[in-house]
Design a protein around this ligand. Structure first.
Ligand SMILES: [Zn+2]
Length: 251
């Protein structure tokens, strides 16, 4: 079993749960274990668990508390994923460059099983990365995250390839992405210090600055980071299309 140590939050950077938990969001911290625990326990962000490289899980918040881990985000047509998700921060300085150690991955599988058993509305289709729920803005847990290995052990989905021989149009790809849970095209910007989501980046609400548009290409790149990391370009090839159709069929 995964070793879980209590590391109760020491800040007020969390909220009370008012929605049912149906999503599990995985991240990498980009910090070492000491800094990860310091930031997530004492600063303006938080998570339910921090998972150290040696496989020890530090529990910061309870299931009935909302951690501030995903920020501006969208999944299955709903904005602000924090309210209905559990957030796990995995210690890795850069999951797009560095591997995840075996002990950490083995512990993560067990930790995810614990989380899912305690929050049974979390489906395998809703075990996702930060990059899945915040495309373009976030790239964690990264290309080296072992999504297939997790799915092989029953945590998350891994698609079977469809038999298509054609790459779809942008609108077909966007429709498939949304079927899998990904956001529709949108934007995000800053209002004061906080990021906010913008429905139409061409017409941001008053007071929102630095608006970044997130289009189908960006959302497809998030899909590729998860399911086809060797081709995470935002441009589909035939395998992308087969994976995307396969994932949509598995929903
Ligand atoms: Zn993250």
């Amino acid at each position: 079993m995964v070793q879980i140590e209590s590391a109760r939050i020491q800040s007020d950077s969390y909220g009370a749960r008012t929605q049912k938990v149906d999503t599990l969001v995985l991240h990498y911290t980009a910090l070492d274990i000491e800094s990860s625990l310091r930031v997530l326990r004492y600063r303006g962000v938080s998570a339910h668990y921090v998972l150290a490289p040696d496989g020890v899980a530090y529990k910061i918040l309870n299931n009935d508390e909302v951690a501030w881990h995903a920020g501006v985000s969208m999944w299955r047509g709903k904005k602000l994923v924090n309210g209905r998700s559990i957030g796990v921060e995995i210690v890795n300085l850069d999951g797009n460059k560095n591997d995840y150690p075996q002990a950490q991955v083995a512990a993560l599988v067990e930790l995810c099983r614990v989380i899912i058993s305690e929050n049974p509305s979390i489906t395998n289709a809703n075990v996702v990365g930060h990059s899945d729920v915040a495309p373009k803005r976030k790239v964690d847990p990264g290309k080296n995250f072992p999504w297939k290995l997790l799915a092989d052990q029953g945590v998350g989905l891994w698609p079977k390839l469809s038999s298509t021989t054609q790459i779809g149009s942008d609108s077909q790809i966007q429709a498939l992405l949304e079927q899998c849970g990904y956001a529709k095209p949108h934007g995000y910007g800053k209002k004061g210090e906080a990021y906010v989501m913008v429905d139409d980046p061409a017409f941001p609400p008053p007071g929102v600055t630095g608006v970044v548009a997130v289009g189908t290409k960006d959302i497809l790149k998030a899909f590729q980071l998860h399911y086809q990391p060797s081709s995470a370009t935002g441009t589909p090839n035939l395998t992308t299309m087969q994976l995307l159709e396969g994932l949509a069929a598995a929903q």
